[in-house]
Design a protein around this ligand. Structure first.
Ligand code: UD2
Ligand code: MN
Length: 341
């Protein structure tokens, strides 16, 4: 059979993925602690706004942010969205304002297959201690085994809904198909009950306040492994055949957390799902799956609030003076046992 140009291109992109993924994983997990420490000294740009009043405000309380209180890090983006770090905000002001406004928060989390036993109990228990304490919260737990969802005692104003989903064979599909399930439940339920929404990976543990300062119209998180690296090292999808393809962007966002108003998260999840399905039709898969599509969406639709890696830290990185508090930590990953079908 003659080798066509299409064949060659496909082989090239497969080869790229095959080489790129292990190299990136090695880069992240095997770089020696001394190099990780060194990365912590790469300076970050600085926010040039004189006052938070100059931000594009999601809500009036964002004008109370102190952009100068953290001279060690970038506290705003060039499109005038705040980047939230410890020390910049008064938690009481945020909580009071959101209580007065009647904000209510949906949290979506998926625990499919072995991820349920491994992580869900710890995730939910810790969330009860730290996530949006004092505000009404509804958990939307998606699982293939509703009967195994742990019975957690929830605080007043907090409730849980369990939604059954099919278990996809490939873990990549479990991860990507979240976009579809989330957009469906926003339409059928969340939009009638909640003002805001956060979508979480389950393999994490809350360890500190994750409060109303994180609420905004469209919220993205700086990936702990990339926030101090130069842009050319960001692992965007570079395959022109994928809908997630991008040359360059603003930051590398971590798909383990994203959020916003129900309207914005609906638009985001719909767009990402559409990109994922188009890729499937074209027989391509983005390098980091839903995360690649999320990064593409966020470069086209800038988030109105960005969370620092304090909101999702990986302790394997080691000490960083800029991480003044850890609010959520990566749980240990047991890929070999959890991801095998
Ligand atoms: C370092 C690394 O490898 N990062 C990638 C990896 O993140 P992660 O290693 O964090 O992915 P993950 O294994 O946590 O999967 C994402 C989430 O999907 C859910 N889930 C997944 C599989 C399953 O069998 N059951 C289940 O419930 C669960 O909520 C989990 O937290 O994969 C993601 C898949 O989009 C992104 O590509 C990330 O960039
Ligand atoms: Mn994860």
């Amino acid at each position: 059979m003659p080798v066509t140009l299409g064949h060659l291109q496909r082989m090239k992109s497969v080869l790229k993925c095959v080489l790129f993924v292990p190299i990136t994983l090695c880069a992240i997990y095997l770089i020696p602690p001394s190099v990780k420490l060194f990365i912590g000294f790469i300076p970050m740009e600085k926010c040039h706004l004189e006052s938070a009043k100059m931000l594009n405000l999601d809500s009036s309380v964002d004008a109370s942010l102190n952009l100068q209180s953290r001279p060690d890090v970038l506290t705003c983006t060039y499109w005038k969205a705040p980047i939230i770090w410890e020390g910049m905000f008064d938690p009481r002001l945020y909580d009071e304002m959101h209580k007065m406004r009647g904000s209510s928060v949906a949290l979506t989390v998926f625990a499919v297959g072995r991820y349920l036993d491994a992580y869900l109990h710890t995730f939910l228990n810790s969330s009860e201690q730290h996530f949006m304490v004092g505000l009404p919260v509804t958990y939307y737990v998606f699982t293939d085994m509703p009967e195994k969802v742990p019975n957690i005692k929830l605080s007043p104003l907090r409730s849980m809904k369990v939604i059954k989903v099919e278990k996809n064979f490939r873990w990549q599909d479990v991860s990507m198909m979240r976009m579809k399930s989330i957009s469906d439940v926003i339409e059928s339920d969340i939009r009638h009950h909640c003002t805001h929404l956060f979508c979480f990976d389950v393999d994490q543990v809350f360890t500190g306040r994750f409060g109303s300062e994180a609420l905004g119209d469209s919220v993205a998180l700086l990936h702990a492994h990339y926030y101090r690296l130069p842009k050319h090292l960001y692992t965007y999808d570079r395959n022109p055949n994928s809908k997630a393809y991008m040359e360059t962007g603003d930051f590398y966002y971590h798909a383990a957390i994203f959020g916003g108003s129900w309207k914005n998260v609906k638009a985001l999840t719909e767009a990402c799902y559409q990109g994922i399905m188009e890729d499937k039709q074209n027989n391509v898969e983005a390098l980091w799956h839903d995360e690649s599509h999320l990064n593409k969406y966020m470069v086209l639709h800038k988030p109105s609030k960005v969370l620092s890696p304090e909101y999702c830290w990986d302790t394997s990185i080691g000490f960083r003076s800029d991480i003044q508090v850890t609010r959520l930590l990566w749980a240990p990953k047991y890929y070999d046992t959890l991801r095998t079908p």
